[in-house]
Ligand binder design. Structure first.
Ligand SMILES: Nc1nc2c(ncn2[C@@H]2O[C@H](COP(=O)(O)OP(=O)(O)OP(=O)(O)O)[C@@H](O)[C@H]2O)c(=O)[nH]1
Ligand SMILES: Nc1ccn([C@@H]2O[C@H](COP(=O)(O)O)[C@@H](O)[C@H]2O)c(=O)n1
Length: 227
C-alpha cells in the first residue's frame, strides 16, 4: 500500500486556500478538509463546540485554540486511512503543536499574496452560507448574479471581508502565522508561493505535488502493482 499523504495549506484570508484546495483535491484525490466547513457544520448541528465557536465567529474573532483542537483532532483521527489536505488549520503555534502530536505532515503550502490583491478579492467575495461555496464576481462568478449555482439560494457577503475589517484580520494573521511558518520551515516541509493570480500560482503547486504524489492516493489503498 502506498504511503498516505498529509498536507496543510496556509495563507491570509482571501489568499485562495479554499480555491486551490479544491483544485488539489480534484487533481490528486486528497480529501479537502476545511476548518471553516467543520466550524459551520458544528454550528448548524448545535454541538457544544459549535455553540461556543459561534460566539467568536459572530464577533469576527478567531476561535480559541482549545475549541479548534477539540473540534478538529477527533476528525483527523477518523481519517487514518485517507490522504488529506487541511485548509485553515493550524492557524496558531498551539494548534500546530497539537496537530504535530496526532500526525506527521508531509508538506505545507504557504500562500503569500499582496494586501491590495486580498482587499480586491474579498470585497468581491460572495458566499452561499449553507454550503460555504465561494464566488468572486470577476474570477468565478455565479451563473445567475447573486444566486448559488447548485441551490439557486441567495449569496451573501461577510462584513469582515470589507476593507475596514481586513487590515486587522491580516495583522492578526501575520502575528499568529509567523511562528507556525517558522516551525514548518525548520522541519523542511514548507513551500511558499507568491503572486496575485491563482491561475499563475496553480501550475507551480501542481508540479510540486506531482513530484510528491505519484498517483491518486485514494486509489492506492486498492492498488494492485503492475508486474
Ligand atoms: N480575482 C481573483 N479572485 C480570486 C483568485 N483566486 C481566488 N479568488 C477569489 O478570491 C476569494 C478568496 O478566495 P478563497 O479561496 O475563498 O480564499 P481563502 O484563503 O480560502 O479565504 P478564507 O476562507 O477567508 O481564509 C474568493 O472569492 C475566490 O473566488 C484570483 O486569482 N483572482
Ligand atoms: N483555525 C481557524 C479557522 C477558522 N476560524 C474561524 O472560522 C471562520 C471561517 O473560516 P474560513 O476558513 O471558512 O474563512 C474564520 O473567519 C474564523 O472566524 C478560526 O477561528 N480558526
Amino acid at each position: 500500500m502506498a504511503k498516505l499523504f498529509r498536507a496543510v495549506i496556509m495563507g491570509p484570508p482571501g489568499s485562495g486556500k479554499g480555491t486551490i484546495s479544491e483544485r488539489i483535491a480534484q487533481s490528486f484525490g486528497l480529501k479537502h478538509l476545511s476548518s471553516g466547513d467543520f466550524l459551520r457544520e458544528n454550528i448548524a448541528a448545535n454541538t457544544e463546540a459549535g455553540v461556543l465557536a459561534k460566539t467568536y465567529i459572530e464577533r469576527g474573532l478567531m476561535v480559541p485554540d482549545h475549541v479548534m483542537t477539540r473540534l478538529l483532532l477527533p476528525r483527523l483521527e477518523e481519517m487514518t486511512r485517507h490522504s488529506w489536505l487541511m485548509d485553515g488549520f493550524p492557524c496558531t503555534l498551539a494548534q500546530a503543536k497539537a496537530l504535530n502530536s496526532t500526525c506527521d505532515l508531509d508538506l505545507v503550502i504557504s500562500l503569500n499574496i499582496p494586501y491590495e490583491t486580498l482587499k480586491d478579492r474579498l470585497s468581491d467575495r460572495w458566499i452561499h452560507p449553507a454550503s460555504g461555496r465561494v464566488y468572486n464576481m470577476g474570477f468565478n462568478p455565479p451563473r445567475v448574479q447573486g444566486r448559488d449555482d447548485l441551490s439557486g439560494e441567495p449569496l451573501i457577503q461577510h462584513d469582515n471581508d470589507q476593507p475596514e475589517a481586513l487590515v486587522a484580520r491580516l495583522r492578526h494573521y501575520k502575528d499568529v502565522a509567523k511562528p507556525v511558518i517558522d516551525l514548518y520551515k525548520s522541519k523542511g516541509i514548507l513551500h511558499t508561493f507568491s503572486g496575485t493570480e491563482t491561475d499563475r500560482i496553480w501550475p507551480y503547486i501542481n508540479s510540486l505535488l506531482s513530484t510528491k504524489i505519484l498517483s491518486r492516493p485514494e486509489m492506492d489503498t486498492q492498488h494492485i502493482p503492475m508486474p
